[in-house]
Design a binder for this molecule. Structure first.
Ligand code: ACO
Length: 215
């Protein structure tokens, strides 16, 4: 069952994401976002997730009856100038490990340059966080959330959906739904000042791709 997430869902949403996304998204794993024992907070990521609830565009898959969260897709709108905002937000992030991730995403967004790539585009719907309960993966829940997000974009008049896939599994899901990649950054070519890759996620996660879907 798919439902909308509302602002009052923030506490249970964050509890869910701290169990799963914060620990198991490939880049969060690669930088040990919560520290080696998974016991340190990442307040800027909590804020990033909670902020998505300000717009009525985020959805969840819940267990019938109990209403327990099984998966979430946090979505938000972007307008021209968003890439610059993302870069500024990355630079200002006080959490060094999360800052690395925000910088990579800002770089991908700058390279994708969607508002220049699609002339006349004034707004788009961005998939910011996609996360499914670790015990329920591979059952199509992520795909169902993305499919509903695609419908929401049509209902709200967004001409484009964007999803930056840091995981090979989310890339596979959007690819099957007719999204296509406009820009890809292999992790082994994204180097830090020391000349070494900033992220070395576990296989099969080898790249981040900005996928788009024309509504
Ligand atoms: N091993 C191999 N393939 C897998 C696995 C796995 N462990 N998990 C999912 N897949 C494949 C599926 O087989 C399917 O491909 P197919 O259609 O060719 O069979 C595809 O991934 C999507 O499967 P779904 O069942 O629809 O996706 P799921 O409900 O498992 O959710 C998700 C996918 C959200 C990426 C989940 O794996 C997850 O929560 N991962 C950790 C967080 C994460 O990485 N999120 C995405 C980051 S990008 C972003 O947030 C915008």
């Amino acid at each position: 069952e798919l439902v909308f997430l509302r602002q009052e869902d923030a506490p249970r949403l964050l509890a869910f994401l701290k169990r799963f996304f914060f620990r198991d998204e490939p880049l969060n794993v690669a930088v040990q976002l919560l520290g080696p024992r998974h016991d340190q907070p990442c307040v800027p990521l909590e804020e990033y997730c909670a902020e998505a609830l300000q717009e009525p565009l985020s959805i969840a898959a819940v267990a019938p009856g109990s209403g327990e969260l099984l998966g979430v897709c946090l979505n938000g709108s972007n307008a021209p100038g968003h890439a610059d905002e993302a870069r500024a937000r990355a630079a200002a992030c006080p959490h060094p490990r999360f800052r690395k991730i925000l910088r990579l995403l800002a770089e991908v967004e700058a390279q994708a340059d969607l508002f220049a790539r699609f002339p006349g585009l004034q707004r788009l719907l961005e998939v910011r966080v996609l996360s499914v309960d670790g015990a329920c993966r591979g059952l199509g829940i992520g795909t169902a959330l993305l499919r509903r997000t695609r419908e929401l974009a049509a209902e709200h008049g967004f001409p484009l959906v964007r999803c930056d896939c840091t995981s090979a599994f989310s890339a596979r899901a959007v690819d099957r739904l007719g999204f296509y990649p406009v820009c890809t950054l292999p992790y082994d070519s994204y180097l830090g000042d020391d000349g070494r890759p900033v992220f070395q996620p576990e296989p099969p996660h080898t790249q981040v791709s900005c996928y788009v879907y024309k509504v």
